[in-house]
Design a protein around this ligand. Sequence first.
Ligand code: CAA
Length: 325
Amino acid sequence: MNSEYGGIGASELAIVMAIEELSRHCATTGLLLAVQQLGSTPVLLAGNEQQKRKYLPPLASGEWMAAFGLTEAGSGSDAAAMRTVAVREGDRYILNGSKRFITNGGLAQVNSIFALTDPKIGTRGISAFIVEKDFPGFSVGRIEDKMGIKGSQTAELIFTDCEVPAENLLGREGDGFKIAMMTLDRTRPGIGAQALGIAQGALDLAVSYSKQRVQFGRPIADNQGIQFMLADMATKIEASRLLVYNVAEMIDRGERDFSKYSAMAKMFASDAAMEVTNDAIQILGGYGYMKEYPAERMMRDAKITQIYEGTNQIQRLVIARDLLE
Ligand code: CAA
């Protein structure tokens, strides 16, 4: 984040490298950075000076956590199908509805929330708000029990006549969908980096295990069957890294047309992470399937990277639309 607002002024490349390195050891820790970026980016992109000065410094320092509330029970890939509404009443908006699967839900002080201010006009009727955790009418519903990233809280957010000051509208009424899409374009590389880190961690483990595991009188790494698997894993990881770093550098250069590259990086790296972690378990054999080694955790953590911040089917849609427009 910009040093003007208390950040360290890190480049996008530095951010993805940090997420990668943390995720190499712990994907949940990598996610802390990625979600802080996701929840803060709507404010960075669309906030006015007053909003930025109020919210960004405590987000940059880590004093406050951030969350991004787009998904609902009936609105996942079809983000525009949301039902949460925001009605203007004098100097405030009244929000009613709920959000599901929200990373940091209930922990984040700053929630970038998307809601319908005009349900009749589709995506142009969606607006974005900064909702603080202690605003009246804001509450936390179910805390999800997940397959992976278990160190990260995922929760339902409920808005019951939730009062949001009108000054917390981001941009203008109707800007919300574009703010959400522009945010995801900038944060999907972070999920690619998380996947990349998980895959690198799994390869590191598979390499060291295969050198020390002796079967038939020699380390299993002496077998070409294992060597070929390791070579394929390393190549997929390197290709992922190049895609993730490339789009980060496009963002750093201020290029505008990077949506497709962001989708490619997230999609490829997460598919690769799923394959690589699966292969790592195979190389570790029975030990890989047990919780004694981290390989099975890596595979469970890799799975979500194919799903959140847009499923990989949606990434393919974004790429194909760009090709065909
Ligand atoms: N940048 C700017 N504007 C964009 C845009 C982009 N990348 N993509 C679309 N828009 C604009 C369009 O230009 C269009 O504008 P006009 O009204 O001016 O024409 C408007 O937005 C509507 O666009 P579409 O017609 O393309 O919208 P759509 O309804 O077909 O949806 C979609 C497009 C790509 C499928 C979108 O719904 C999508 O990205 N879905 C996936 C949602 C997603 O990623 N959710 C993840 C939730 S966050 C999460 O997972 C967090 C976590 O836990 C870590």
